[in-house]
Design a protein around this ligand. Structure first.
Ligand SMILES: Cc1ncc(C[n+]2csc(CCOP(=O)(O)OP(=O)(O)O)c2C)c(N)n1
Length: 661
């Protein structure tokens, strides 16, 4: 079936194909994406949108010599298929399989890894600067989405391009969608560009500009004219419509234009149809000859070629398994506990209905965080700031100074972007911003870019922080309610996916700040005393380990610490003095995490009880099919906890009434 895809084991093979063959290849790639991703899911929609663009890039440029820098890099599946990874493509996002993002260690064709948005323009510009320093001749092509463009770093890079290099090729892949619909003034501006009659004027400017280049300009002009000819044809197919809207004037006598790019010293070219292969290849050929920074505005359709994905761009941005024919996704099994994100979203609506000072803020993740419930129920209390975590956090700080209780709903890993804002704008001013950190723990299929394993460490060193982790979904709601009564920055971390299945109360209750919950006290049996502090979702594991240890003669206490800052020093001291061994369990990096805070507490109080810490080791944890696989591999299991406890007592003859195994 896949006649041409079969032939492509290296991008150089793409160059050998004729235009009709490339068009066939595009169809085959689409089929491959739709059918191979169905089993495990993935970023189907964005990849269906860049099929022609990626083929054209490989037709015109030559990786690994030339560099493709993809923003977020969730749209590199086609690139993977064309760069010698098609035989492993079905393994993408699974244990030991291909990573779902660009990964330098995976292929020489992946020159820059990513997973977080907004990094591509800076990285590509750095590569251009290095190339210029070396005097080498690589083309550096940066592919960034319309939502990635709204990110602050993208603009920081754009601000620097013209005075850093003469040769920079940017491709603005505009499909009008972030994960949800793209928001904000930049998004509106791009829409104006698409529908702007001034476009034609720009192209005559462009011609004049090319003529100034002498002999090199001649070639460029020939290619440019070819491209323009093709463009004119394409434009009617794309979105160019006469623009009669007076509101779109730009204050300079013309309609709103591509001035943002042009004023930044970057030539703007477009918009062009991103599914027209001949057009794309000729425009990219032309771009190759440009000795001035250039941005090509490419219009694509997220989900192109698959009806279900076209009609539901948000769902098909990234999803689990689906039916390759209909796009239907399996319904969750009856009795499945609700996801934390849904409990969060519904609790937000309840809290906001009772307290007018509470508002919700998301950085382009209304569905992933669950804040979409608030958007629907109380739209005026909901803010989507776009992919702009730093801005979102400082925006929240601003609102807090005016008496509001902003709740920043954010993934743990994306909050890293806003670290200085947490420090300088929220904590230093001791403002009551509430951070609800979803995905605090593993995001197994995504891998290291998305695992939220560092927030306890990076927050715990900041004064004024109050940080906590619920052990179930009801406690999440209680913690949210509690945070609305605390006049300091508060942070709640909870994992991806389902809760524990406990009922969520109608009315949340206040929790005492800094107080742990004693789940199980020592039984005063003869056995060696082990206290297990199981943080957040690890409380369940602590209970299971305690049950097993108890059956082997140990006397166990189990604590739900609730707070990672301040930790409950009195409880920690009491149980650690009483115990022969302390065990801490956390779904977080061991380095600087909750266990470290217990060690510090014990050191300060001169308590010499040994401590076993269970958590993630000091490496970036890889991606895998399941959380369970990674927990097994890295020892976050009941079996390893029990084994480590027993190892502490290996020289003892008995641990109570039973002999040590
Ligand atoms: C810093 C950061 N915040 C949020 C995200 C989550 N995220 C992944 S892709 C995406 C939308 C990207 O949209 P765009 O750049 O337009 O590319 P498209 O998916 O439309 O091709 C978002 C918000 C992220 N990866 N990084």
């Amino acid at each position: 079936m896949s006649r041409y895809l079969e032939m492509v084991d290296h991008p150089s093979h793409v160059k050998k194909l004729t235009m009709p063959q490339l068009q066939e290849l595009a169809e085959e790639v689409r089929y491959e994406l739709i059918t191979k991703l169905a089993a495990n899911g993935g970023h189907l929609g964005p990849n269906l949108g860049v099929v022609e663009l990626t083929i054209a890039l490989h037709k015109v440029f030559s990786t690994p010599h030339d560099k493709f820098v993809w923003d977020v890099s969730h749209q590199v599946y086609v690139h993977k298929l064309l760069t010698g990874r098609k035989d492993r493509f079905h393994t993408i996002r699974t244990t030991n399989g291909l990573n779902g993002f660009a990964l330098r260690t995976e292929s020489e064709h992946d020159c820059f890894g990513a997973g977080h948005a907004g990094t591509a323009l800076s990285a590509a510009l750095g590569m251009c600067a290095a190339r210029d320093q070396k005097g080498s001749d690589e083309n550096v092509v940066c592919i960034f989405g319309d939502a990635a463009l709204t990110n602050g770093i993208s603009f920081e890079a754009l601000n620097n391009i013209a005075h850093t290099t003469k040769k920079f090729i940017g491709i603005l892949n505009d499909n009008e969608w972030s994960i949800a619909k793209n928001v904000g003034a930049i998004s509106n501006y791009l829409n104006k560009l698409i529908t702007n009659p001034r476009y034609n004027k720009l192209h005559s400017d462009f011609e004049r500009w090319l003529k100034g280049w002498g002999s090199k300009g001649e070639l460029a002009l020939r290619l440019g004219q070819k491209a323009e000819e093709a463009l004119k044809g394409a434009l009617s197919d794309v979105a160019l419509q006469p623009n009669t809207n007076k509101d779109l004037t730009d204050g300079r006598g013309g309609a709103s234009s591509s001035l943002i790019f042009e004023e930044l010293g970057v030539r703007y070219f477009g918009p062009i149809d991103g599914h027209d292969l001949p057009l794309l290849t000729s425009v990219l050929e032309f771009a190759k000859t440009c000795d001035t920074p250039i941005v090509i505005h490419v219009l694509t359709k997220k989900g192109k070629g698959f009806e279900a994905a076209l009609s539901q761009p948000e769902k098909f941005h990234g999803l689990g398994p689906y039916d390759a024919k209909t796009g239907a996704t399996p319904a969750s099994k009856p009795g499945t506990p609700p996801n934390y994100q849904d409990v969060f979203g519904q609790a937000m609506v309840k809290l906001c209905q009772k307290d007018n000072s509470i508002v919700g803020i998301t950085a382009a993740m209304p569905t992933g965080t669950g804040l979409k419930y608030l958007e629907k129920a109380l739209p005026t209390r909901y803010y989507d700031v776009g992919i702009a975590e730093e801005h979102g956090v400082i925006f929240a700080a601003g609102m807090a100074t005016m008496g509001y209780r902003p709740v920043v709903a954010i993934y743990s890993t994306f909050l890293q972007r806003a670290y200085d804002c947490i420090h300088h704008d929220v904590c230093l001013q001791d403002l009551p911003v509430i951070f609800c950190m979803d995905r605090a723990g593993l995001s197994a299929n995504d891998g290291p870019t998305h695992h939220g394993l560092f927030d306890i460490s990076y927050l715990r060193c900041l004064p004024n922080v109050i940080a906590m982790a619920p052990s179930n979904e009801d406690e999440l709601q209680d913690m949210m309610f509690t945070c609305t009564h605390v006049n300091h920055p508060t942070f709640i971390r909870y994992p991806r996916g389902g809760g524990e299945g406990v009922p969520v109360k109608d009315q949340p209750k206040l929790i005492e700040v800094g107080k742990a919950e004693v789940v199980q006290n020592f039984s005063k049996s003869q056995g060696k005393k082990v206290v297990l502090f199981g943080l957040g979702n690890m409380l369940k594991l602590a209970k299971q380990a305690a049950a097993e240890l108890t059956s082997e003669g140990f006397d166990c206490a189990v604590i739900n610490p609730r707070f990672t800052k301040p930790i409950d020093a009195a409880c920690t001291e009491f149980f650690s003095r009483a115990a022969d061994l302390v065990v801490t369990l956390e779904d977080h990096a061991l380095m600087g995490g909750y266990g470290s805070s217990v060690l510090e507490c014990l050191a300060d109080k001169k308590i010499s009880t040994p401590v076993v810490r269970i958590g993630w080791p000091d490496v970036f944890i890889e991606h895998a099919s399941t959380v369970d696989y990674l927990r097994e591999k890295h020892g976050l299991t009941v079996a390893n906890t029990v084994a480590q406890v027993k190892a502490q007592f290996k020289d003892e003859k008995t641990i109570g009434l039973t002999a040590v195994a």
